[in-house]
Ligand binder design. Sequence first.
Ligand code: NDP
Length: 329
Amino acid sequence: AREIRLASRPSGWPTDENFAFADVELPSPGAGELLVRNTFMSVDPYMRGRMNDVKSYTPPYELGKALEGGAVGEVVESGVDGVAPGDLVLHGLGWRSHALVSEYTALTPIAGVSPSHFLGALGMPALTAYVGLLDIAEFKQGDTVFVSGAAGAVGSLAGQFARLKGAGRVIGSAGSADKVAHLTNKLGFDAAFNYRDGDVRELLADAAPDGIEVYFDNVGGDHLEAAIAALNTNGRVAVCGSISMYNEKEPPPGPHNMHLLVGKRLKLQGFIILDHYDRFRAMAEEVGQWLATGKLVAEETFADGLDNAPAAFLGMLRGENTGKMVVRL
Ligand code: NDP
């Protein structure tokens, strides 16, 4: 089996030198274990945080050890009654060709749906979009919703969920003209802008002349400041992530207009999706319906081969993905 290890901790943007490849022998599975051949692995922004040696909601990756992350695979050899070779499982030991797993979720294949969606539109990113929009931002029908990082895995789902749940208007921001066109032409956003085209505050004000009720924040920084300016009274913000800061050595100063929270009675709330798996079934049922009826577009960007996983991860951080970035193994 081949695995990718953390060779050194990045400072600022990661580089190829931070990753090392190794070949290892895996034993046959013991009782309660499965030997799995990974078929798809996820690359996600939170992995950048785990490369730092800092205390967080998940422990840092260990130097010299294989990286971890969501993966879908096929059972090769089973030490579990009721699980047979060929069965499909979801587990947390990505970044390797094969894994010996004891913690996993058995997956039921869905006709016509690629199993890679269990890492995206039917997995953690979908739950993040669902909980962030409905529970944290307390979305209500008729709300005007602004989503940043809107062409990515979480953002593209959050915006479409808002549309499908009866938003007044859905506005998205992304980092290229092609992505902006994708949002309005394919995903049904009412308006979108490229945040590289100018001052985010002005771009958002133009796209949302009547203001917004909900902001789904994937980016932080200037986007959060722009949203605070655009939010109407009693507006709500789901603080999901701050990707504009993950690779900065010195975080840029925060929003300069926090005083507006008072007069506008705004609510900003952060959340960690690991706390909300009680909502998984509700999400999967609703999203499964939308997918099956063609109401939801679940875009994916694929990289091929384990050797290309570091490049896929770096590419995702740079914005090379539309929808979920997945490595096909
Ligand atoms: P994405 O699929 O959205 O990929 C990351 C995207 O971030 C890139 O495609 C890029 O798109 C954008 N980006 C990169 N740098 C910047 C920048 N400086 N300013 C604005 N956009 C930038 O990733 P996910 O959907 O997996 O994650 C989205 C967010 O959700 C992240 O902040 C992540 O940390 C967070 N998250 C939080 C969870 C939680 O539990 N709270 C769980 C899962 C995700 P572009 O071309 O548009 O720049």
